[in-house]
Design a protein around this ligand. Structure first.
Ligand SMILES: Nc1nc2c(ncn2[C@@H]2O[C@H](COP(=O)(O)OP(=O)(O)OP(=O)(O)O)[C@@H](O)[C@H]2O)c(=O)[nH]1
Ligand SMILES: [Mg+2]
Length: 309
């Protein structure tokens, strides 16, 4: 299982690695740590979508380490870079996302089309499958579009899990209310809520999301977790979305979808650094199996390995 997860992370990072990250190793192959090395490193990190702010911070930390630890060899600096990158994305890993017992509710939010519904199907399968073995129920709280409800029902059938839905146009709060009652009655221990995609700039939609959360909380589940799905292919844009969602509702963690479809995977460092939110999963493709628990060590090692020629 664990090797499978690593393989998925490796494969999904191919484009990001081959485009810029894989070239970083080359920067450290010179004889000494000089200004050219710093310039080249900075350029590659920014090109890799790590972002100006996070890149600056990394370089400052590394320069300080070079001074304090008296680092002379580029190879040692390269190790230090890996350490700092790992530290940046390792926050919150291993923390309990779901309760050990009692009812857990996961609310999945994000901008239109980022991959929420697909991610829910993947997670539902993961959480209900071997090892995790939870009794999972899905909730179609994206009531704006009939197609959205159908889409979740189709996934529900494929993964063999119940889906609670109302008619299109229904109040999302009412669906959620009913779903929690049904979950308790049927002895479920995990409810995953699909919400409508919303622009982070639309105040009324952000309010609706808060309302859904309040309704959930009133039902007294053990844990309510809000997962924000970001689309890795949008690069730095994902960062500004995440900031606004975090400010509107309490976001507990992130899923970065479509890592396989981008060379901009470096944005994960900017997101982790500037939001201080844990990354729990990454989406590695369009199929049900294409999801992996995030692993900071593997992520960094995989990114910095040399591109295949
Ligand atoms: N390559 C790739 N495609 C993905 C991944 N996750 C989702 N997608 C695709 O992204 C598209 C949008 O996915 P949805 O799950 O419908 O996105 P959504 O956020 O629910 O969209 P709305 O409900 O319209 O806001 C679909 O074509 C998915 O197959 C991923 O990890 N990798
Ligand atoms: Mg959807």
């Amino acid at each position: 299982m664990i090797f499978d997860r690593f393989r998925k992370i490796d494969n999904s990072l191919r484009r990001t690695r081959d485009t810029f990250f894989g070239k970083i190793a080359g920067v450290f192959q010179r004889g000494s740590i000089d200004e050219d090395l710093w310039d080249d490193l900075e350029e590659l990190l920014i090109q890799a979508d790590v972002g100006v702010e996070t890149t600056d911070k990394l370089l400052q930390t590394l320069r300080t380490r070079v001074r304090k630890e008296n680092i002379r060899e580029p190879a040692r600096l390269y190790s230090a870079l890996k350490e700092e990158l790992r530290a940046m994305v390792s926050k919150g890993q291993g923390d309990g996302l779901l309760p050990a017992k009692g009812l857990g509710v996961v609310m999945v939010v994000g901008v239109n089309g980022v991959g929420k519904t697909t991610t829910i199907a993947k997670l539902a399968r993961f959480w209900s499958g071997e090892g995790e073995g939870r009794k999972v129920m899905l909730v179609a709280a994206d009531t704006f579009r009939a197609a959205a409800i159908d889409q979740l029902k189709v996934w529900g059938e494929r993964v063999g899990l119940p889906v609670i839905a109302h008619q299109p146009g229904a109040d999302p709060g009412a669906v959620v209310f009913d779903a929690l009652a049904a979950a308790k009655a049927r002895g479920m221990n995990l409810v995953v809520i699909d919400t409508a995609g919303r622009l982070h700039t639309k105040v009324n939609l952000m309010e609706e999301m808060k309302k859904i959360k309040r309704i959930v909380e009133k039902q007294g589940p053990e844990v309510v977790t809000t997962l924000l799905v970001l689309d890795a292919t949008t690069g730095q844009n994902a960062l500004s979305q995440a900031k606004q969602f975090r400010d509107a509702v309490e976001v507990d963690g992130l899923v970065v979808a479509k890592l396989d479809g981008t060379a901009k995977g470096g944005v994960i460092f900017a997101i982790a650094d500037q939001l201080g939110l844990p990354i729990y999963f990454v989406g590695t493709g369009e199929k049900l199996d294409d999801i992996a628990e995030f692993d900071s060590e593997r992520f960094v090692d995989s990114l910095l390995s040399q591109p295949e020629s």
